[in-house]
Design a protein around this ligand. Sequence first.
Ligand SMILES: Nc1ncnc2c1ncn2[C@@H]1O[C@H](COP(=O)(O)OP(=O)(O)OP(=O)(O)O)[C@@H](O)[C@H]1O
Ligand SMILES: [Mg+2]
Length: 471
Amino acid sequence: MKEKRDLHPPFGRSLSARLLVLTIFFVMVIEVAVFTPSIARFRERYLEERIATGHLAILALDASSDHMISEALAMELLDHAGAYAIVQMGPGPVNRMLSLEKPPKADAVVDLRTSNFLDLITEAFITLSQNENRILRVRGYSPKGEGALIELNLDETPMREAMYGYSWRVLGLSIAIAMGTACLVYFTLQWLMVAPMRRLSESMIAFQEDPENVARIIKPGNRGDEIGMAERELAAMQTDLHAALGQKARLAALGGAMAKVNHDLRNLLTTASLLIEMLSESVDENVRKVTPRLFETIDRAVDLCRHTLDFARDEGPKLRPEHFELRGLIGDCFESLKLETDGEFKVAWENKVDDGQMLYADREQLFRVITNLGRNAAEAGATNVQVSAQGGGDACHIMLADNGPGLPERAQESLYQPFKGSVRAGGTGLGLAIVREIMRAHGGDVELKETGGKGTLFCLVFPAPPEVKAA
Ligand SMILES: Nc1ncnc2c1ncn2[C@@H]1O[C@H](COP(=O)(O)OP(=O)(O)OP(=O)(O)O)[C@@H](O)[C@H]1O
Ligand SMILES: [Mg+2]
């Protein structure tokens, strides 16, 4: 019993799982690409807000008449602005300063006026990578007042923490988006592709197990997409195959019956030939006159039986390939054809194959091929038949050219089709079909290159022998 095939690949190897992982990966890549400028923008905004708050704090100096405030208030204002010192320069001659008595020294300067996009990104990552607090001197125009240039001294850590908080939020959101998108892609793919594809494979397996059962042919849905097309094509293919199998079974039964009839018919014909031999010794001259024609007719009938039997042996020719000299084989074929056609046809057989040219093929089967083609040419009325060959170790082409009248149209229409191609009285229509069968069994083919009033040219194509292919 056949093992039942599993159509569910392991999760990790399934199409949808791969797409799931890829979707998560791509969404994360896009999120990183978006995160980079947005973290830089976050930091810039943070610093701008600090500048605005610092500006507001320093404006408190204007509330007192002498621009002086108590130390406690100064501390409170600085604390509110998150800075150690705030300096306002401009607009115009305005200059204000609010500072601890001894503000710490700045470790780095950030000038928002001159920082471009790339600087902002680089500085954002420098901030994120710090382990210890740095004192930053931040300079920039206040968003609260035109031309007010504010400079602050402040700790970097609170900003870094805010940036980390922002990053974690973005990461969480990215993971949620990636997972959500991937799940949607996964289920859509399952629904749109994987399930219909599984249905296709199941139908293929079911049909393969019992191709004669018409119920196993897939019933295509009415989808207009590629899967729908594949379903319809599969249904058409299965229907054709089902019909071809039915026809083959009927032909096989017919062939079997015919083979038996043929076999007995051949025996009967052999007995008839023996009886005719006795007639050739008859005293009646008229009887003696018709006996050669009777012989001929019976010979043809025996030939027909033999050909039909050969063809009915369904498996095709069994090949015993060998290396042999081609010129010798063509010579043998011509000898046999001369004997066969002696007296009946006047054909000049020309062997143009070079001495020493070798071929790797089944010699006996090739003998059948050449004699069939040669006999056809002679029977069609050719007076000259030439055989030549091209190619050495590589693929070989054997050309058989005659100067006959060319293939009749009906023969060309049913070329190589058994029992259909014959136009000749007494022809079976198997010769060319057998030629093609033998050539294809060799992995080659027969091609009708030219045919017409000036003659016919058949080409036999042989593939390269195994050792040449391997080389
Ligand atoms: N070289 C040729 N020149 C002209 N006609 C040809 C030639 N070869 C084949 N034919 C035509 O093609 C037909 C089919 O050839 P094929 O050998 O298949 O059958 P057949 O010769 O009629 O019968 P069989 O060979 O089985 O006895 C022939 O009847 C003939 O009309
Ligand atoms: Mg023939």
